[in-house]
Design a protein around this ligand. Structure first.
Ligand code: ADP
Ligand code: MG
Length: 267
């Protein structure tokens, strides 16, 4: 499969922090991609570099080398207005919406700012704000409230609404349910999946939780110490992992291992 068939592709991406002898290479020539309308699950242990990939894609971490393509166009080197346009098309939702929501801004203002950074006026953008809140099943009164007035699950709904407010093509969900209770996790995941389908979004779904990734992904990529060691259709990776590291990961998560009846029988 050539890279051109990907909606979002990362080619030979290297990211390092620091300089000289203190320099630490976190991603070593990472290549991966996700097809239009599909979900790529990215798994790997804590510290393997998952969030660094997400941040490099949206331009928060500069790439030392490599390419990031959106619809085939290299976006890694873009500046100014072009970069801003690309940033709108690819939205990152992170684990901790508290960190990304300004505590002194109402939810309405936060949504207005997402669609119109210059005139972040909740009144002016009232229709959009209401539509975004409806999309994530929060009622209109949420617009006048502040982040701390919401539960963790509701805040993550707000984060999803804000990401989708700008009508992106691609959503990167980085551990978005990791801080939530199991029942709330399922609610948020189901909501995201519904929206992804109805809006035909392309998604990069990052999680250390292999069971969750299996549930939502078409393909899965496995990251180990800053390198992709395996990528393939989710079914194949989970049923018959190629790489020893993937097998190790799966073995450590009983719920992600092949379900009974799926295991190929050895005569
Ligand atoms: P993951 O999301 O898979 O847990 P991260 O991408 O957050 O992993 O981190 C990968 C490695 O990069 C870790 O060793 C982390 O300490 C390091 N790292 C991440 N961000 C920075 C940074 N801004 N400066 C220095 N090191 C960083
Ligand atoms: Mg992370």
């Amino acid at each position: 499969m050539t890279q051109e068939t990907y909606k979002l592709a990362v080619e030979n991406l290297t990211v390092a922090f620091g300089h000289g002898r203190r320099s630490k290479t976190v991603l070593r020539g990472v290549s991966t991609g996700v097809r239009a309308g599909q979900t790529l699950g990215l798994v790997g242990e804590s510290g393997s570099g998952k969030s660094t990939i997400a941040k490099a894609i949206v331009g928060i971490h500069p790439a030392r080398s490599g390419r990031i393509r959106l619809d085939g166009q290299d976006v890694a080197g873009l500046r100014g207005r072009d970069l801003a346009a690309v940033r709108r098309r690819v939205q990152l939702i992170s684990q901790d919406p508290y960190a990304s929501l300004n505590p002194r801004m109402t939810i309405g203002q936060a949504l207005a700012e997402a669609v119109d950074p210059v005139r972040a006026d909740a009144k002016k953008h009232e229709a959009t704000v209401t539509r975004c809140l409806e999309m994530v099943s929060l009622d209109g009164t949420a617009a006048g409230r502040y982040p701390h007035e919401f539960s963790g699950g509701q805040r993550q709904r707000v984060a999803i609404a804000r990401a989708l407010a700008v009508e992106p093509d691609v959503v990167i969900a980085d551990e978005i349910t990791s801080a939530l209770d199991a029942s709330v996790q399922a609610e948020v995941l189901n909501l995201l999946e519904e929206l992804r389908r109805s809006l035909s979004l392309t998604m990069l779904f990052i999680s250390h939780d292999l069971a969750v990734v299996r549930h939502v992904s078409d393909e899965v990529a496995v990251l180990c110490h800053g390198e992709i060691v395996e990528q393939g259709p989710a079914r194949d990776v989970y049923r018959a992992p190629d790489h020893p590291y993937t097998r190790l990961l799966l073995a450590s998560v009983p719920s992600a291992a092949p379900a009974l009846g799926e295991t190929p029988r050895v005569a």
